[in-house]
Write a protein that binds this ligand. Structure first.
Ligand code: CO
Length: 135
């Protein structure tokens, strides 16, 4: 059901500064930052093996990531697993009584479809499920 860890999401105050940090110190190659207005974020990723690190900066303080930063500060925010069939996965999780933030897929960065599982239902870890765009 879970193909791989697609990315680890880090909440940052300044995506530009964080990008430069990973470029200069780790040779990371960052994508163009993309605004996802529905989620109130701007995000970019860099590849690490078959996974990625996603840097996420809020575009407004009342967005979920904005509230996270105000409460917890910068740092690890969520794990994202790649799945083949997001709608089917969500239906199965719902049948199993798993607490979801998103019962329906929504638009993610890079043409993906994403949905979040509530950390209460996942041992304290905010868990994102990602279906990549089909070629
Ligand atoms: Co993510």
């Amino acid at each position: 059901m879970l193909n791989r860890i697609y990315h680890l999401g880090y909440a940052v105050e300044d995506i530009e500064a964080a990008s430069i940090f990973y470029e200069e110190n780790f040779g990371a190659v960052l994508g163009e930052p993309e605004v996802v207005e529905e989620q109130g974020i701007v995000a970019t990723m860099f590849r690490v093996g078959e996974s990625n690190i996603e840097l996420v900066q809020p575009t407004r303080p009342d967005s979920p990531v904005g509230k996270f930063l105000a409460k917890r500060g910068e740092g690890f925010h969520h794990v994202a697993f790649e799945v083949d069939d997001l709608s089917g996965t969500l239906a199965e999780l719902e049948r199993n009584g798993v607490e979801l933030i998103d019962e329906e897929p929504r638009r993610g960065a890079g043409g993906t479809r994403v949905a979040f599982v509530h950390p209460r239902g996942a041992f304290g870890v905010l868990t994102e499920l990602v279906e990549l765009p089909h070629a």
